[in-house]
Design a protein around this ligand. Structure first.
Ligand SMILES: Nc1nc2c(c(=O)[nH]1)N[C@H]1C(S)=C(S)[C@@H](COP(=O)(O)OP(=O)(O)OC[C@H]3O[C@@H](n4cnc5c(=O)[nH]c(N)nc54)[C@H](O)[C@@H]3O)O[C@H]1N2
Ligand SMILES: Nc1nc2c(c(=O)[nH]1)N[C@H]1C(S)=C(S)[C@@H](COP(=O)(O)OP(=O)(O)OC[C@H]3O[C@@H](n4cnc5c(=O)[nH]c(N)nc54)[C@H](O)[C@@H]3O)O[C@H]1N2
Ligand code: SF4
Ligand SMILES: [Mo]
Length: 693
């Protein structure tokens, strides 16, 4: 075998770090250790422990290796092995039948970011567009965060995260990078080590990240708008506002200052639960350090007021003018810098904009035929699922399971494992993992384009997403030149038509750095709006993140300026607690819940609860407890945690449903809401009661 012993790849999982990997190859089918690539200046040789142990996942004995047909009742998990041709013929026949009886929009290709490879993740849209199947509006993750960020900045980009090393202060707001994107810590810690920078963290509990910080501010969920407004109040009050910057680069600084007059630390303390002194100290830290870098996460936007809170936080560096300085400004995502031409991958030339876009987070109601969710169109009669596990990750789990259990619904799931969604499949197809196919990736949390080549042979009879889509397309009469190309040809085409260097020039290195100019990243050439100004006064009516999507929810009631927007789910006498389902360290959404190393580290589903709340509710440490709300009841074990506000509980997630009693996973408690201005998963905005079980 002439293959190198070590080869470069990319972590394909849904994580802003998108690490460049250095993979040991033991033979043509077997990998050894996985390390972070040293040559990638963002990865800098560091990856998380779950991916370092990837051999556990790719060579897992429970991996799905053959096509299967359901042989028992829906959801029973009883399957029998069949051949690929029979499986694909069955899928095609079901899709054609649905189309003939109810029209093409009765078929719903459903996917998400289980792989972030552009070909394997987004290729399903080519089948959709070529056949006029129903659209999917992806609301799990970014549809609160991105519109909130873009509302102020006008563009989805920010200051080079490697610049954190040059900051005097790093504010990590609403993300827990020690769990969710380790490389943020690499660069923040560099700043501390090399220049004594201070690190501040804002979260709803004392996270692993907060434990490493110089300052931690623990607030009640959904109150970041209040905290940000009070911080800006102090910045104006104490002379930390940069007026020349404000006059040149922002839309309404005097109006903002007037609006903030009443948003005092005392006002914010009552809302957030943080002490006045803490709010003052955070504001002073930010005010005194012009080179303050805001690393803004997704977590705090998973609230009904999440977009408003995101906008409020991005407004802070506009008040201090931090954006102008090297090491200052803000970063949330660089997904806006890549500007891919996805015509060939997604078949955009065949897209009919009139076709309905069904809300991904409302899959339960969509499958159960709620007319609002179906936009008056036909029911969904056939599903094709790739790269996602809605029976575990989607909100309002009870309805999701009811929908998937429909006897008249045909479901094909293409998966690497028999997930909780796969249990409901009529046909189950085995999928390759990233080291078994070619694909291209982008760094959401940095600025690299990376290539992950096929390095080992596919396990069993596994086929890639692209191969499966080609085979289905041929059987249902879907035509597009993209179906006639290999995944590598799709990569080449996409690079060429996106004005990027061809793969042949950089494949050996594995990645290219496409960091925008300093002036662009810092918005010194102007912000992304037509007038070049940062907007303290956003136009929420137009704050979607997808062209052509109408606004969702009570957009008219959104506040004009950064503020506390009081629309989160309210506690009441029957539901005295707010629950956040923050990401667990060793799982990635529902992925890695199958690997022994991850299961061992996480132990069992726990609920972190303030010791005084435990005492008041007669709950002892380690006791089995139930939490519930009108949507359902979930059983876990209590764990005393003083680093959380009274009345707030945390369940690090996402454990498989089967890890809970009665198979009711944590998303039994979450609501499939329609938050303004663009919809989205409100996974940390949940009222509950808690009782000893
Ligand atoms: N280990 C691990 N890594 C992951 C994931 C995982 O599940 N596990 N998920 C991946 C995915 S898909 C994504 S999108 C990213 C997400 O990455 P993050 O942005 O880091 O994760 P979030 O769920 O979005 O939650 C982050 C933090 O927000 C906190 N939070 C919740 N509500 C509030 C609030 O109202 N205010 C404030 N200030 N904080 C709040 C939570 O307690 C949590 O600590 O991570 C990716 N990486
Ligand atoms: N309670 C709660 N719920 C949440 C969240 C939370 O914080 N709390 N976070 C939400 C967020 S941010 C997100 S992004 C969603 C994510 O939810 P999902 O998108 O469902 O992500 P995963 O759970 O990681 O599931 C991805 C699946 O894709 C499969 N897969 C991976 N690669 C491939 C491939 O190449 N081909 C095929 N066919 N399959 C593949 C994996 O085996 C895995 O089962 O969950 C959301 N749900
Ligand atoms: S930190 Fe994120 S991108 Fe990096 S290896 Fe771990 S899961 Fe993958
Ligand atoms: Mo996500």
């Amino acid at each position: 075998m002439n293959k190198p012993v070590r080869a470069i790849s990319v972590c394909p999982h849904d994580c802003p770090s998108a690490c460049s990997l250095d993979v040991e190859l033991l033979d043509s089918r077997t990998i050894g250790r996985v390390r972070g690539a040293v040559g990638n200046s963002y990865t800098a040789g560091i990856i998380c422990e779950k991916v370092a142990r990837y051999a556990e996942r790719i060579h897992h004995p429970d991996r799905l290796l053959h096509p299967m047909r359901r042989s028992g009742p829906k959801g029973s998990g009883q399957f029998e092995q069949i051949g690929w041709d029979e499986a694909l013929d069955t899928v095609a026949a079901a899709f054609l039948k649905a189309e003939a009886e109810y029209g093409p929009q009765s078929v719903w290709p459903y996917y998400y970011a289980g792989t972030m490879g552009l070909v394997m993740r987004d290729g399903i849209n080519r089948l959709r567009h070529a056949k006029s199947y129903s659209g999917m509006y992806d609301t799990f993750c970014v549809s609160l965060a991105w519109p909130g960020y873009i509302a102020g900045t006008g563009a989805l980009r920010g200051v080079d995260p490697r610049e954190m090393a040059k900051s005097d202060c790093v504010v990590i707001w609403g993300t827990n990078p020690v769990h969710t994107q380790v490389n943020v810590m690499t660069h923040a810690m560099r700043a501390r080590k090399e220049r004594g920078a201070k690190i501040a963290v804002v979260d709803v509990y004392n996270t692993a990240t907060m434990k490493q910080a110089d300052m931690g501010v623990i607030i009640r969920p959904g109150t970041d708008g209040a905290l940000a407004a009070a911080v800006m109040h102090v910045l104006f009050r104490d002379g930390f506002a940069d007026w020349p910057y404000l006059e040149k680069y922002t839309d309404a600084p005097r109006e903002l200052q007037a609006h903030l007059q009443t948003r005092s630390p005392e006002w914010a303390s009552a809302i957030t639960g943080a002490a006045v002194a803490e709010i003052e100290a955070l504001a002073r830290l930010i005010g005194e350090n012009k080179k303050t870098y805001f690393r803004i996460g997704y977590g705090f936007t998973r609230q009904r007021n999440g977009a408003v809170n995101m906008h409020a936080v991005t407004s802070i560096p506009a008040v201090t003018g931090a954006w102008q300085h090297e090491g200052g400004g803000a970063f949330h995502s660089n997904s806006g810098i890549y500007k891919w031409n996805k015509t060939m991958i997604e078949g955009i030339d065949k897209r009919d904009p009139k076709i309905r876009q069904l809300d991904q987070s409302r899959i339960g109601d969509v499958l159960l035929g709620n007319p609002d969710d179906l936009f008056g169109g036909p029911p969904v009669m056939a599903l094709l699922v790739q790269n996602t596990n809605p029976a575990s990750v989607a909100p309002d789990q009870t309805r999701v399971k009811q929908g998937l259990a429909r006897e008249d619904l045909f479901t094909c799931v293409h998966e690497q494992f028999i997930t909780e969604t796969a249990l409901y499949a009529d046909i189950l197809l085995p999928a390759t993992m990233f080291l078994e196919h070619d694909d291209i990736y982008q760094g959401g949390g940095h600025q690299h384009i990376m290539f992950g080549p096929k390095l080992v042979e596919a396990a069993g009879e596994c086929r890639s997403n692209h191969e499966v889509l080609q085979a289905i397309a041929a059987r249902v009469g879907a035509e597009h030149p993209g179906f006639d190309m290999t995944s590598r040809e799709l990569v080449d085409w996409t690079l060429q038509h996106s004005r990027r260097p061809p793969l042949s020039e950089w494949e050996g290195q594995g990645f290219i750095d496409v960091q925008p100019e300093f002036s662009q990243a810092h918005f010194l050439d102007g912000f992304g709006h037509a007038d070049g100004k940062f907007r303290f006064k956003p136009d929420w009516k137009r704050a979607s993140y997808k062209a052509g999507m109408e606004s969702i929810g009570p957009v008219d009631q959104m506040p004009q300026f950064p503020d506390h927007w009081d629309v989160t789910e309210k506690t009441d006498q029957a539901h005295p607690f707010k629950l956040a389902t923050s990401p667990a360290r060793a799982f990635l959404n529902s992925t890695f819940t199958e690997t022994p190393g991850s299961i061992k580290r996480e132990g069992k589903p726990l609920l972190f609860m303030h010791p005084d709340d435990m005492a008041a509710h007669h709950i002892t440490d380690g006791q089995k407890i139930k939490l519930g709300n009108p949507r359902g009841v979930v059983t876990l074990h209590a764990k005393s945690e003083a680093g959380v506000q009274r009345g707030v509980v945390i369940a690090e997630s996402i454990w498989p449903n089967a890890a809970f009693e009665d198979g009711c996973g944590i998303n039994t408690l979450t609501e499939a809401a329609r938050p303004a201005p663009a919809g989205g998963g409100v996974f940390h905005d949940i009222k509950v009661w808690v009782r000893g079980a």
